[in-house]
Design a protein around this ligand. Structure first.
Ligand SMILES: N[C@@H](CCC(=O)N[C@@H](CS)C(=O)NCC(=O)O)C(=O)O
Length: 207
């Protein structure tokens, strides 16, 4: 989703290939396994016959190659470092916690819920009164963070909380971002995400 949003923001057309199933290595396409043999994960960008892996690295590549379009990374080194810091925080802390919201139960799920809400509050605090994380313009950090928001509905249903009640400013930012074509065309319908997660829970017998 990060890469799709960045490409749409830049107006770059690509041939998009979706993996049918990224949960099991045996179901991954030859193209994915050959393009990203180290991690075997999506996304992968293939440009001029060369592969680029890892979403943040792909965003950086896109921004450097298509320089003439609206820049995703700030020209200011401190702002770039700050955005990278928060993306690192998100990737290291929030994604593993978010997985526990749907893939665990009982006490573990309860603890994950508390931790997740704390993380959202930290992000809301970083957003402050700004319309976007980087300031007045939708940019790198917004692109990196917005994809998880299509799972909020799922987390709310499974763990019984409301992001709107806990973090109203963050939800204003979500709505603001969703007014952009790049975001609304990329993020899946939260209800479909919920159905998908229920299917996955069944598949792995997490009830
Ligand atoms: N750090 C990677 C994470 C990518 C990632 O977790 N991709 C998931 C789908 S969203 C995947 O391909 N998972 C397959 C697997 O874990 O085997 C990035 O930012 O590109």
């Amino acid at each position: 989703m990060r890469v799709k949003i960045a490409l749409l923001e830049k107006g770059i057309e690509v041939q998009y290939k979706e993996e049918k199933d990224v949960f099991e290595d045996k179901n991954k396409s030859e193209l994915l396994l050959n393009s990203n043999p180290i991690h075997k994960k999506v996304p992968v960008l293939i440009h001029n016959g060369k592969t680029i892996c890892e979403s943040l690295i792909i965003l950086e590549y896109i921004d450097e190659v298509w320089k003439q379009e609206q820049q995703l990374f700030s020209a200011d080194p401190y702002c770039r470092a700050n955005a990278r810091f928060w993306i690192d925080f998100f990737d290291k802390k929030i994604t593993s916690c978010a997985k526990k919201l749907w893939a665990s139960k009982g006490e573990e799920q309860g603890a994950a819920k508390e931790e997740f809400l704390e993380f959202l509050k930290v992000l809301e605090n970083e957003l402050g009164e700004k319309p976007y994380f980087g300031g007045d313009h939708f940019a790198l950090l917004d692109i990196a963070l917005i994809p998880i928001t299509c799972r909020f509905y799922t987390y709310e249903k499974l763990c019984k909380f409301s992001v709107e009640e806990e973090c109203p400013k963050l939800m204003e930012w979500v709505r603001r971002c969703n007014m952009r074509d790049s975001v609304s065309k990329t993020l899946p319908d939260p209800l479909k995400v919920f159905d998908f997660v229920l299917e996955v829970k069944k598949r792995y017998q997490i009830e």
